[in-house]
Ligand binder design. Structure first.
Ligand code: DGJ
Length: 724
């Protein structure tokens, strides 16, 4: 049983793998009591303190100050001055809500959110709240999992009034944390610099991260880590908040005057409102809350378990992935059939099993980003005379499969698509549209537009024996407006875009179960849990420089499992940074994810092929660890000269350690690494060091590695550990 209700104390307990989440009813108001390490179901009512605050407004007969009660759903207008989770304009025009307990249900099957991705499985509590005056309702959903240390939450708002209600804000949750003095981790970034870590102290007042782009964005991932005072990578209490959403969002942490901390968030209420007719419901995206008492590492492992077990496509999540060669960095738009054949010939026989043809294959003149976007019905006749058939035949003759790049959400100014359907583009009549990468976005809020895309993309997939799709998204939204929608409903656009996107993904992914889908957004600009539900891996960054990748992959791993990150070996010097890095280092770093290649293999020699085959063989021998293992981050490349990832099998029988040194230290230095996550009682053989030591010794004393001095900068060492 994961959900327990204790009627005596009116307390709900949700038990996950090693965590407990508890809240009680205080005169019908859901008051947060605890989220932390698993505890027995003792009464926690002594936790209800309600500290002093300015201008005390007592809550009903409790005499307690509403403003200081740790809340499961903050309301507005009844004496709570913190960030409300819900702001609804009632039919009378007032914006007051007081949502109090009406009843609850415990469901053994977690219901899906209609039209939005969410985690599956797990016993679920539905807490039904109602405003007794207006009739407006909120159902709070809580799911606990016995295999991961997370609680999934969301809210469904229902207009139980007798007139139109307007949601001005409809967050997914609020949660009170005891005390203040926390720090917040966010993952910020930009193109080629995704998911860098930033840790700042929280203060009194609100600290928020958000997106207004209709994409979760590279600027700020929809994630917030809340670190207690002394927490770091491997120790201390940490909370994680990860939103399963791909459009404009907001997450907030508020230091309150009562001395506590309030977390809230969900769909961004900037430029948002949503009309609800009587009886209509509004479902919010799911938020996944993680707890760890062993630092950020434990928080990441909680998210990794939860997303691998309950969010990512079960058909693919723990299966060996296609090992692709993608031609983008090898050719960009500039290829011919002969060139592609030469690349495929170069890679044949190495273990690369899928050739992915990237941008440039469609329309009459797709020789750069300025042309033909959306003309998926035309295979470029100059580059691929005779269509795909000769290419696909060649790929198959080499024992490989065919993958193809699309950017289904976009439309170009000089495309047939725009000529035939000018209204499909997101534009405002009379206003020059802002172009991003020379293109516009399509109005996915419209069903006819989605139908057109589904039909066109599915036809190309069906007719060309495609087994891999890379789904790109290269710009953010402007002129957010949908023709045909009433003026007073235009601020529903950002969320309706998300719903449209999910419908598109659902219909294309479901129609093609034999196809492996990879997400992409100008690199990793839409790397979020919702996209991961449809696309089992996501292109992590357009920056394939191994040194920069250590930082990008380190940051990404805060929330997302290694198997979610597409990581390719590319040319040296790197095309973006011009940094020369050895083949071994490039492949060792790329092997810490769903690996592949991103280069022109047409000039590969037998020696190159043999080396690649060896590297792929090595990757495959450890792939189960990448797909299912527990990650321990041992050295942070953003704060040190080193990067070390240790991946330990769930049964602790094996592990791989990859250590990277950015710069040679003159004179050489031994590097001591203390391992984590091993079985202290068992002996492990460290293959490369000819060393046998107990897990206990390896974790407490560590092992000593030496990078041979002549190797220079940007070097890796890899160690395999096996239980004796
Ligand atoms: C951006 C992606 O991140 C690249 O990998 C590549 O697919 C280009 N788009 C193609 O336009």
């Amino acid at each position: 049983m994961s959900v327990t209700y204790c009627a005596d104390t009116q307390t709900f307990y949700l038990d996950g793998k090693d965590v407990t989440y508890a809240f009680c009813l205080t005169a019908g108001y859901p008051e947060h009591l605890y989220f932390g390490k698993k505890i027995p179901h003792d009464s926690l009512l002594h936790m209800r303190t309600g500290g002093a605050a300015e201008g005390t407004i007592p809550f009903g007969s409790t005499g307690r100050n509403m403003h200081t009660i740790p809340s499961e759903l903050t309301n507005y207008g009844r004496g709570d001055y913190r960030e409300p989770a819900i702001l609804v304009e009632n039919p009378s025009g007032d914006r007051i809500s007081e949502l109090l307990y009406e009843g609850h249900e415990i469901l053994s099957e977690k219901p899906k959110i209609s039209g939005m991705p969410s985690m599956d499985g797990g016993e679920t509590l539905v807490l039904r709240l109602k405003d007794k005056l207006t009739g407006f309702q909120a159902d709070l959903y809580y799911t606990a999992y016995d295999d991961s240390n997370v609680i999934a939450r969301r809210a469904v708002y229902r207009n139980g009034t007798n007139g139109k209600a307007i949601l001005r804000r409809a967050y997914s949750f609020s949660m009170g944390l005891p005390g203040n003095g926390y720090r917040m981790l966010s993952l910020h970034g930009a193109w080629c610099r995704e998911r860098r870590m930033e840790i700042i102290p929280l203060h009194h007042g609100v600290v928020s991260i958000d997106s207004k782009r209709l994409s979760s964005s590279a600027a700020l991932n929809p994630f917030m880590g809340i670190l207690s005072e002394h927490a770091d990578e491997n120790q201390g209490e940490v909370y994680g908040v990860s939103l399963v959403y791909s459009s404009s969002y907001v997450l907030k942490a508020e230091g309150t005057s009562g001395g506590d901390t309030l977390l809230t968030g969900g769909i961004n209420d900037f430029d948002f409102h949503w009309d609800l007719a009587p009886g209509e419901e509004f479902e919010t995206p799911e938020v996944v809350l993680a707890f760890s008492d062993c630092g950020l590492g434990g928080m990441s492992r909680a998210f990794h378990d939860a997303y691998r077990n309950h969010l990512i496509n079960k058909q693919y999540v723990k299966k060996p992935r296609p090992l692709v060669l993608n031609n983008w960095e090898g050719t960009h738009f500039n290829f011919t059939l002969d060139k592609l054949k030469a690349i495929i010939d170069g890679a044949a026989g190495t273990g690369i099993d899928t050739f992915v043809l990237d941008d440039g294959w469609f329309g009459y003149s797709r020789d750069n980003e300025k042309s033909s976007m959306g003309d998926w019905h035309i295979v470029n006749p100059q580059k691929l005379p005779g269509g795909f058939a000769p290419l696909v035949e060649h790929i198959h003759s080499k024992g490989m499969k065919f993958g193809l790049w699309f950017e289904p959400e976009m439309i170009g100014p000089n495309s047939d698509l725009l000529k035939n359907h000018p209204d499909y583009a997101i534009t405002i009549d009379g206003r020059e549209p802002c172009l991003g990468r020379c293109q516009m976005m399509m109005d996915l809020t419209r069903k006819d537009v989605r139908d057109y895309i589904v039909e066109t993309v599915n036809r190309v997939i069906r007719e060309n024996n495609i087994s891999y799709v890379k789904w790109d998204f290269n710009r953010n939204a402007t002129e957010t407006y949908s023709r045909g929608r009433a003026p007073e409903r235009q601020a529903e656009f950002a969320h309706r875009y998300a719903l449209g996107l999910y419908d598109l993904c659902e219909r294309i992914v479901e129609a093609n179960p034999q196809v492996f889908f990879e997400g992409c957004s100008a690199g990793g600009a839409r790397f979020d849990p919702a996209m991961l539900h449809y696309f089992s891996q996501i292109w992590t960054s357009d920056n394939t420089d191994a040194d920069d990748r250590t930082c990008i992959q380190y940051g990404t791993s805060m929330v997302y499992p290694l198997s979610a990150m597409s990581c390719h070996v590319s040319h040296s010097p790197n095309i973006t940074t011009k940094r020369p890095i050895s083949y071994k280092t490039r492949s060792d770093i790329a092997h810490l994810g769903a690996t592949g290649y991103e280069l022109d293999a047409s000039d590969w020699t037998d020696e190159d092929r043999a080396r690649t085959a060896e590297e792929i063989k090595e990757y495959k021998s450890c792939q189960d660890l990448i797909l299912e293992g527990d990650l321990y981050r041992l050295d942070n490349p953003m704060t040190s000269n080193y990067f070390s990832f240790l991946v330990v099998a769930k049964d602790q029988s094996r592990a791989i350690l990859t250590t990277y040194r950015r710069q040679l230290q003159a004179g050489g230095e031994p590097k001591r690494i203390r391992l984590l996550g091993l079985d202290p009682q068992k002996n492990y053989r460290v293959r490369e060091l000819d060393l046998v030591a107990s897990g206990s010794t390896l974790m407490n004393v560590g092992l000593v590695t030496r990078f041979p001095s002549p190797l220079g900068d940007y070097q890796t060492l890899k160690f395999h550990l096996d239980v004796e």
